[in-house]
Design a protein around this ligand. Structure first.
Ligand SMILES: Nc1ccn([C@@H]2O[C@H](COP(=O)(O)O)[C@@H](O)[C@H]2O)c(=O)n1
Ligand SMILES: C[C@@]1(CO)OP(=O)(O)OP(=O)(O)OC[C@H]1O
Length: 159
């Protein structure tokens, strides 16, 4: 069995007038995230961790932000396509683990829903999807609520 690990990071600025989607779950918040797709920074970080593990280019390569097809795209669809790209090359996800950095909203009450959505999109069991949230303790743009970021790692295997 061949194993690889990968890392992903993403950050998006907060903006009024867009729905806030994180880990495939929509939050009741007075702001969303700016971006070409639904701007789900958490899901994008997981996509990049999986792609990185397989030695593939990042999501911007697969889903260019100049392509109208991905305008307001559901990032769960992007994640499903990333997993399909891995499968085409003989790779399967083993587990993913991610940390969301956001001053607001409080993520903990929705964590189970987010893990379930990410498990569906990756085809992983829920206990193979790690997810935590932390604030940035008021520091930098994230701490001022001007942006939300996420880090992710992923393990993949090839039989
Ligand atoms: N957006 C967030 C941020 C944090 N949490 C939860 O609160 C705990 C304390 O956060 P600190 O930044 O002070 O470490 C953290 O462990 C998370 O459980 C959250 O739910 N949503
Ligand atoms: C997801 C894509 C889709 O066009 O656009 P954005 O929502 O702007 O997100 P980003 O994290 O900048 O990644 C680039 C693109 O792949």
């Amino acid at each position: 069995m061949n194993f690889r690990i990968g890392h992903g990071y993403d950050i998006h600025r907060t903006i009024a007038g867009r729905p806030l989607v994180l880990g495939g779950v929509q939050f009741d918040a007075p702001f969303g995230l700016d971006g070409h797709s639904d701007a789900d920074a958490l899901t994008h970080a997981i996509c990049d961790a999986l792609l990185g593990a397989a030695g593939l280019p990042d999501i911007g390569h697969f889903f260019p932000n100049t392509d109208p097809q991905w305008k307001n795209a559901d990032s769960q669809v992007l994640l499903q396509r990333v997993v399909a790209a891995l499968h085409e090359r003989g790779w399967s996800p083993v587990n993913v683990d991610a940390t969301l950095i956001a001053e607001k909203p409080k993520i903990a009450p929705r964590l189970a829903e987010m893990k379930a959505a990410l498990a569906r999109s990756t085809g992983l069991p829920v206990d193979a999807v790690g997810l935590k949230a932390t604030t940035n303790e008021g520091s930098d743009d994230i701490g001022r609520g001007l942006a939300i970021a996420a880090h992710a790692v992923a393990l993949i295997r090839k039989a």
